[in-house]
Ligand binder design. Structure first.
Ligand SMILES: [Zn+2]
Ligand SMILES: [Zn+2]
Length: 141
């Protein structure tokens, strides 16, 4: 994989660059992601926050609890989320990456909220809730 890769919003005013390997690539079926993206399932690729550089327009953010989601103020494209409990990583929407085909998801998260008509028989591990340990709820399965 190339050492340095880029991504951005649909209109191109918000851009970012990431360095190194992703720390996490996953599909999320939770209702929050569904509302935030409008898609039946969301895919995320995470990088350590100190390996990310934003350029162009600053992202707008919307926060709910410890989770803050960013989007382009001009075209509205969802870009990423950060979770204050695991704030050392930025979780980009896979589709915001310029080369999303490079990031193959490794698991499904929140399958207990998966839409009943959505079938993805890919053999990947399926977590009922979150797959990322968070200090105060420690959820998994
Ligand atoms: Zn934009
Ligand atoms: Zn989610």
């Amino acid at each position: 994989m190339t050492d340095q890769l880029e991504g951005g919003c649909q209109c191109g005013e918000l851009r970012y660059r990431v360095q190194g390997e992703p720390s996490y690539v996953a599909l999320c079926h939770c209702a929050d992601c569904r509302k935030a993206t409008g898609a039946p399932v969301s895919a995320f690729v995470a990088f350590m926050a100190d390996a990310v550089t934003f350029s162009g327009q600053s992202p707008r953010t919307y926060s709910e609890g410890p989770v803050s989601r960013s989007f382009c103020a001009t075209c509205g494209s969802p870009i990423a989320y950060v979770d204050a409990r695991i704030g050392d990583q930025i979780f980009f929407l896979l589709g915001a990456m310029d080369a999303p085909e490079l990031y193959k998801p490794t698991l499904h998260a929140y399958v207990r909220e998966q839409l009943p008509f959505l079938h993805m028989p890919d053999g990947l591990p399926r977590h009922l809730k979150s797959s990322v340990p968070r200090p105060e709820d420690g959820t998994d399965q």
